[in-house]
Design a protein around this ligand. Structure first.
Ligand code: ADP
Ligand code: MG
Length: 260
């Protein structure tokens, strides 16, 4: 008989928790008078999947953009794999290459083929040969199920296919971390699952991910932690199970009553 695994099922989080990869410490951000990020503290460990959830305007995208240095911060410190932001010049380029980003709106290069979209970064930033980049890109397009679309232009693909290409493009850089900001919210309902499946596959593969999404199914299946934001603050931080079944704050309860 197989020995019984003594580790309880709930220890998944502990098992997958590596050392800190992203550390956000006391960051603040204003847009003019608007205080969009209020003393945010968060750590994402290597291999962890963190879902960020919260009402529109709560600062989720700003936080993602700050982590990728697409936005500056007023104060506080963000480190990625021990490297402090804001980095500049070459260091910033390296950092961006290490942090993959997938946005809500399909942001593929419209005038390049699917294949070119995926090979561009590895050739320009990582210095791969065209042949090596194409080989790698085809494998990634295969992985996300769109290899047969490689020669097409993005506009010829469905939204779900474009978003899967965007994920393949991010992966092609071999990032340390992938940020996905509402990757399924602009999709027609029938295309949401095909993108979520790719994301679950990545999560199971050990990719470190920060995912802004209201997709509870994804959170339950793949997230180690849920961070609930409201009005620029982290209001709750817990397991998906806890968050969805037993939210603590009035703001989380209100929010969940609207989306569930
Ligand atoms: P979320 O992603 O949670 O919906 P955002 O981070 O996009 O929230 O936005 C947080 C707040 O900051 C919102 O009130 C939004 O209107 C405001 N905001 C976002 N980007 C800008 C900007 N570039 N200039 C001014 N205000 C902005
Ligand atoms: Mg947003």
């Amino acid at each position: 008989m197989e020995p019984i695994d003594p580790t309880p099922a709930t220890s998944n989080i502990t098992v997958r928790r590596g050392e800190p990869l992203v550390v956000v410490k006391d960051i603040n951000k204003h847009y003019g008078e608007l205080h969009v990020l209020k003393n945010i503290n968060a750590t994402v460990n290597r291999g962890e999947v963190v879902v960020v959830i919260g009402p529109s305007g709560s600062g989720k995208s700003t936080l993602c953009r700050a982590i990728n240095r697409l936005e500056t911060i007023d104060d506080g410190v963000i480190t990625i794999d021990g490297v402090k932001l804001p980095a500049e010049g070459r260091a910033l380029a390296t950092l961006r290459a290490d942090v993959g980003m997938v946005f809500q709106a399909f942001n593929l290069f419209a005038h390049k083929t699917v294949l070119e979209n995926v090979t561009l970064g590895p050739i320009k930033v990582r210095g791969l040969s065209k042949a090596a980049a194409e080989k790698k890109a085809m494998a990634l397009l295969e992985r996300v199920g769109v290899a047969n679309q490689a020669k097409k232009m993005p506009a010829q693909l469905s939204g779900g296919q474009q978003q899967r290409v965007a994920i393949a493009r991010a992966l092609a850089m071999e990032p340390k971390l992938i940020l996905l900001d509402e990757p399924t919210s602009a999709l027609d309902p029938e295309m949401i699952n095909e993108v979520l499946e790719v994301m679950v596959d990545l999560a199971n593969d050990g990719m470190t991910m920060i995912v802004v999404t209201h997709e509870m199914g994804f959170a339950r299946k793949a997230a180690d932690r849920v961070i609930f934001m409201a009005e620029g603050e982290i209001v709750e931080e817990t397991t998906p199970e806890e968050f969805f079944t037993n939210p603590q704050s009035t703001r989380a309860k209100d929010f969940l009553s609207k989306i569930l």
